[in-house]
Design a protein around this ligand. Structure first.
Ligand code: SF4
Ligand code: SF4
Length: 188
């Protein structure tokens, strides 16, 4: 892609971005970050940490993203090297029907998320939230909770998060957003 083409693409993306509820998404991030920090403050040895990727390797379904989440995520994707983008595109295409889903964005060699600061809301809440009687966390946290060691934790309420996301508009699977994204061509 030429520099002029890239400038045009960025301008269009920026124009679209102003029509999105990016402020609502930022506010939601702040709410989630506060809840996560509060839990971490009470449990310095909280299990979730960099390189702990079991949950990224066992997604129940292909992640669903609002338009605002996708616009943030695509900024992270756009900053990746072309070869990483190519590999992500290859994994996206191979995802159909496989369960559990290994996140196609995950760096499998390091266990790190390459778009950590741009990741979707579900990735930010996992490990720290509950939805009614269901804990949104892995079996390691579940086992710890069963011992009573986490009885003092004030979990986040994911119903509230879902309502705020729903107010931002329709969600689509990550694979669909990616398929429609002009920037993915850089990895071809
Ligand atoms: S939810 Fe479990 S697997 Fe995921 S980061 Fe936290 S401790 Fe690791
Ligand atoms: S986007 Fe990042 S944090 Fe979320 S599932 Fe994929 S690799 Fe994990």
């Amino acid at each position: 892609m030429s520099t002029a083409d890239r400038k045009t693409e960025n301008a269009v993306a920026g124009q679209t971005r102003t029509n999105l509820d990016m402020a609502g998404l930022s506010e939601l991030h702040v709410t989630i970050d506060k809840r996560v920090q509060s839990i971490r403050d009470g449990h310095a040895d909280w299990l979730c940490g960099k390189g702990c990727d079991s949950c990224c390797r066992r997604l129940a379904e292909i992640p669903q993203l609002t338009a605002a989440e996708w616009h943030l995520l695509q900024e992270g994707l756009a900053a990746l090297p072309a070869e990483s983008l190519w590999e992500i595109g290859r994994r996206m295409a191979a995802l159909a029907g496989s369960r559990p889903v290994v996140c196609p964005l995950l760096d499998r060699s390091t266990g790190a998320c390459p778009v950590y600061h741009h990741r979707p809301v579900a990735c930010r809440t996992y490990g720290f939230y509950r939805q009614r009687d269901l804990g949104l966390f892995c079996s390691d946290i579940e086992n710890l909770a069963a011992t009573g060691a986490l009885d003092t934790v004030v979990w986040g309420n994911h119903d509230v998060v879902d309502r705020r996301l729903a107010a931002m508009g329709e969600s689509r699977p990550l694979t669909e957003w990616f398929a429609d994204w002009p920037g993915k061509g850089r990895g071809d």
